[in-house]
Structure formats: C-alpha cells, structure tokens
Design a protein around this ligand. Structure first.
Ligand code: KG4
Length: 316
C-alpha cells in the first residue's frame, strides 16, 4: 500500500509518499523570515501557493501517479488554524477528485510513529521543536503526553536567545556551535515541575545576564544548553521509569543537536534502554511521517468520512 501525506501545521509545507517499508518521496518548503516567528495567515498563503508544485515534485520523486496512492493523510493538528485549514482542504479535494480514503493524523504522534519504519517497536518519544516540547508514549492503546512545556517550546527558547545575541534565525545550530566553545557553567533557573517543563525562566535569565556584559557568550550558550537539556533528559527518564518501556526516540527539529543526543544516549545506556534518532529529514516537520502514520491508522481500521474532517476543523 502507498500513502500520501501532507504536513502543514506551522511554517513548513511537506509532502511525503511512503509504502509500509520505505519513504518514496519527502519534499518540503519552509517559510522563513529574518526575525523568525510565524504569521498564521502568511503560513496559510505559503502552503496554498506551494501545494501544487510540491505535490508534483513528490509524485515525480516517488515515480508514481496519484492514482497509485491508496490513502491520503493530512496533519490534523495541533497547529495554526489557517495553515491547518489549507492542508485539510487540499487533502479533501484530492480524496474527492481521485476517490481515495482520507485520514487525519496527529502531528506530535506522527513524529514518534515514523521511527517504527526503522524497527522501533514501542518507544517513549521526546519531541522537541520550535513550538512543541513533549514526552509522549503509547499506554493502554492510546498515546499519552507524560510531560510537556508549560510555556514555550525548547526550539523557540533557543531561537529567541539567539536572536537577542544577534545571531539570526534559526538559532539552534548557531547556539550549538557557540556552546561547544563554552567552558564555564553559569547558573540558570532549572524548572522541572512533576513531569512538565518550563523554559521561559532560563531564557529571561540568560538574556539578562548577557545584557550585563559580564559573561562570555560562549559560556552562556553552553550553560543554556546544559540546563535546558538536563531538564529534557530528566523528564524523559521519568517517563521511561514510569512506563517501563525499553526504547527512547528523539524527534523534532531540535533533535539535530549533538549535545542533546549525547546526554540522552548516556541516560539510555545507564538505564539499559535503546536510543534512536531518525534521519534529520524525518525528524523535522515532514510529510512522510504524516503519510506513514495515516497508513498505519488506515490499516488498523481507522476511517474518516469527509464530513468528519470538516467538522473537526471548526474546533481548532
Ligand atoms: O521541527 P522543526 O523543523 O519545526 C518547527 O517546530 O519550527 O524545528 C525547528 C527548530 C528551530 O527552533 C531550530 O532552531 C531548531 O529546530 N534546531 C536546533 C538545531 N537545529 C535546528 N536546535 C538546537 N540545535 C540544533 N542543532
């Protein structure tokens, strides 16, 4: 079976085509602005404009025609309302025109589910991106969020810090590079509440310290990463202890960070659990993960009628 997936919860439009075993195509376009941040209306316009060319590109890359697709999947949320509506409308149009079944997939779950294409069975997922920070896993036949950020996403926190330092957007890779040169740990607020996290305090204090001019930026970047990542590892470890699961996966754009990977790997080795990070194009927002999750849902007998995909939109 072949599924086509459309991702468009935020500033990336992604179209992916997958079979049960592999990714046949995974193409993207991300709307970026100098300052970072996303305007929902602009993201929606971006997705509407690029849907057709990206769809063509994906079909060409997969060497198939749209008639060969068995199920159409789309990112149903969470995300920006106007962007979600464009994607859902496009998926419905394709489903009607080509008479295909349609499935709405949860964006956060899709980030974790795609790891199953690589043999991962039943993981605890740490999903870290610009807007989202969650620890989630299947329990009792449903995905549960064990912990999440109570304010901003870790990627957003890093990007804002980088912007204050005048480093531009996206800040993640630049902060990572700076942090490698940092030597001295500077105390920053560490906030884990139960299994939830908070990053706004770290951000405010790091910016305040930077503005005093008394600290080296390398040391601040290093301390920012060490503090925020330690909190992410702690919450992930708690979820592993709570669920008794034997696999951890790291997904989302911030999964590119080598220090975060290293810290999680150490925790997993200590606990004797497996650790896996998918290739970057399947970590960031992408259509292949939506296609794959849609395919698994469809095969499990989950069916959506067209009405349902419209009604659900009203509540976002
Ligand atoms: O999942 P993603 O592509 O989509 C959004 O949620 O926007 O993630 C993008 C995020 C940005 O915040 C970016 O700064 C961050 O991933 N990122 C990184 C690194 N590479 C990208 N954060 C830390 N270290 C990196 N090497």
């Amino acid at each position: 079976m072949i599924a086509l997936g459309i991702e468009g919860t935020a500033h990336t439009l992604g179209i992916g085509i997958v079979s049960e075993e592999k990714v046949l195509a995974n193409v993207f376009d991300t709307l970026t602005t100098e300052k970072g941040g996303i305007h929902p209306k602009e993201a929606a316009e971006h997705h509407a404009k690029l849907l057709k060319p990206l769809l063509k590109k994906a079909l060409k890359e997969a060497k198939i025609s749209i008639e060969d697709v068995d199920v159409i999947a789309f990112s149903q949320g969470p995300g920006l309302g106007p962007a979600l509506r464009v994607v859902a409308t496009a998926a419905r149009a394709l489903a009607i025109k080509y008479n295909k079944p349609i499935v709405g997939a949860n964006h956060c779950i899709a980030h974790v589910e795609i790891t199953k294409m690589f043999g991962v069975k039943d993981p605890v997922g740490l999903y870290v991106s610009g807007g989202n920070t969650q620890v989630l896993a299947l329990e009792g036949g449903r995905y549960r969020v064990f912990g999440e950020t109570l304010d901003i996403g870790i990627g957003n926190a890093i990007d804002t810090f980088a912007r204050e330092l005048g480093l531009g957007f996206p800040g993640g890779p630049k902060i990572e590079k700076l942090a490698q040169k940092g030597k001295k740990y500077i105390e920053l607020p560490y906030a884990v509440k139960g299994m939830d996290l908070s990053f706004s305090g770290i951000l405010t204090e790091a910016v305040r310290k930077y503005k005093t001019g008394k600290y080296k930026v390398e040391d601040l970047a290093y301390s920012f990463q060490e503090t925020a990542f330690a909190a992410l590892v702690e919450v992930t470890e708690r979820a592993v202890a709570h669920t008794g699961k034997e696999e951890v996966v790291l997904v989302g754009g911030v999964a590119a960070n080598n220090r975060l990977r290293e810290m999680l790997k150490i925790m997993c080795e200590d606990r004797g659990v497996k650790f896996f990070v998918p290739p970057y194009d399947l970590c960031r927002d992408n259509g292949a993960m939506i296609a794959y999750t849609g395919l698994r849902m469809f095969k499990a007998g989950i069916k959506f009628d067209l009405e349902e995909t419209v009604v659900k939109q009203k509540f976002r």
